[in-house]
Design a protein around this ligand. Structure first.
Ligand SMILES: [Zn+2]
Length: 460
């Protein structure tokens, strides 16, 4: 096999010796030696050609590649500064005179064909006039990260498609490194995103961790752009005010529509900070409250029937009454039809809920208002406490509910509902989301539509 100029490979000679020692006939060993050498040299050359193609930096040179000594599961690529190139100060991002060298650092690159890839480089320090003696800035790495920027972006990309754990397993890395990757792109994205103008926002709350911990989420729900804008711990007045502090008075003053649920702190903050906007109570949240009430009725009645020794008529009825009619399976539909023959509180509550669906079909606010009043009147006479509570709540917020029709249904809760579902799926995807910080990162990453640093090559 012809080699041309051999590429210098460290560790190669000792390995050849090993092969030589184990060989029996001299000519055979010679041949074997050349073969291994040629393969590695060929491979190193190829890898460097590829790296120069997709991950090239002015002022730096790839010098050689080899398998890590002792193990053949990772590849090390030596990097060095190009002679005469400027050293950049990491404090002020300007060239500065060199000072000294630090020990070699390993930067993890995207793995190839099951091999981990590390770039080896000795960082220099500069003597900068403004910053003093500082470590240099290198274009492939950010701050103290052990992972190269492209690898961080690569992992973060897959962490959006898979769960973080699956990503870690797929690329033979750790959950913590995937987390670092997401943190890197989210931080970059938040610093570089364009916030406004914002026409419409939706406020939502979501449960996280165990117990009753809530997060407040604010979405942008413009026709051309829906994304998570902000999230805060708890669902208090102070939390939600944090959102308005972030976007500033100018953008807040331009918001035209706000969708929210009936949570008091939200109502108060919207009234104060967004008085010019049309405030709409969300269809999705109203129907969710109604379903909660219906479920309470069903559970209480089912319990009572069991206590009194009646036939368990309500067994397995939960989803028949909670799901929208169109989404029922044939079996559930049959079960529902059967159930409706009985004079049960659950059935009456269910009929009230189904009747209320018509409300959303109206176009004119006054007619919708008439329907609402009539529905509330009927429900107040139903003697079903949880449903009466709903009617009282609707009456108390009549104006905000009717704003839905004034906004000509432009910002249907469908958008908020969709985002809410996506947020829940994101939280469910990993067992690691115990802390607020991790939850925050995962949600911004999945729903924030954040910009990402541009790469010269598409690695994924
Ligand atoms: Zn400097």
């Amino acid at each position: 096999m012809s080699l041309g100029k051999p590429i210098q490979l460290r560790g190669q000679s000792s390995r050849s010796l090993q092969y030589a020692a184990s060989g029996a006939c001299t000519t055979g060993v010679e041949w074997f030696k050349v073969e291994v050498f040629a393969l590695e040299a060929f491979f190193a050359m190829r890898l460097i050609t590829i790296l120069n193609q997709c991950h090239h930096f002015r002022g730096f040179v790839y010098e050689g590649a080899r398998f890590s000594p002792g193990e053949r599961t990772s590849i090390e690529v030596q990097l060095r500064p190009r002679r005469g190139s400027a050293v950049i100060c990491s404090g002020c991002h300007r060239p500065a005179p060199g000072y000294d060298h630090l020990a070699q650092r390993r930067f993890e690159f995207i793995p190839v064909w099951g091999f981990l890839v590390f770039l080896l480089y000795r960082m220099r320090r500069v003597h900068c006039r403004t910053c003093g003696i500082v470590v240099e800035e290198v274009p492939w790495a950010a701050g103290k990260h052990q992972l190269t920027k492209v690898y961080l972006q690569f992992l973060a990309h897959w962490a959006r498609q898979l769960s973080w754990q699956e990503t870690a397993e797929a690329f033979r890395t750790s959950w913590e490194k995937v987390c670092q990757a997401v943190e890197y792109v989210v931080t970059w994205g938040l610093e570089h995103r364009t916030l406004g103008p914002i026409q419409a926002i939706g406020v939502d709350e979501i449960q996280y961790a165990k117990g009753h911990k809530y997060l407040t989420l604010v979405y942008q729900i413009d026709a051309h752009l829906t994304r998570l804008l902000w999230l805060g711990k708890e669902r208090t007045v102070e939390t939600f005010e944090g959102f308005f502090t972030m976007i500033g008075k100018e953008w807040a003053a331009q918001i035209e529509f706000v969708c929210s649920d009936m949570w008091k702190p939200y109502l108060r903050v919207i009234g104060e900070k967004c008085s010019q906007a049309l405030h709409i109570l969300d269809r999705f949240h109203i129907m969710a409250k109604m379903n909660e009430a219906l479920d309470d009725v069903r559970a209480a009645e089912s319990r009572k029937m069991a206590e009194e020794g009646h036939e368990p008529l309500l067994k397995k009825s939960r989803w028949c009454v909670l799901k929208r009619k169109a989404n029922l399976t044939p079996q559930q539909r049959f079960r529902l039809r059967d159930l409706l023959r009985y004079n049960l509180k659950t059935v009456r509550a269910y009929l009230l809920k189904e009747d209320f669906q018509q409300f959303w079909e109206y176009d004119s606010p006054p007619w919708a208002g008439k329907f609402l009043d009539e529905w509330c009147r009927q429900t107040m006479r139903s003697r079903i406490e949880p449903m009466k509570k709903i009617a009282k709540m609707l009456r108390a917020h009549r104006d905000l509910i009717l704003n839905y029709f004034k906004a000509k249904k432009q910002f249907s809760s469908g958008v908020v509902e969709g985002l809410n579902n996506k947020a829940k799926v994101t939280m469910r995807k990993s067992y690691g989301f115990r802390t607020f910080r991790i939850t925050e990162l995962a949600l911004y990453h999945a729903l924030g539509k954040l910009p990402e640093p541009e790469l010269t090559h598409e690695f994924y």
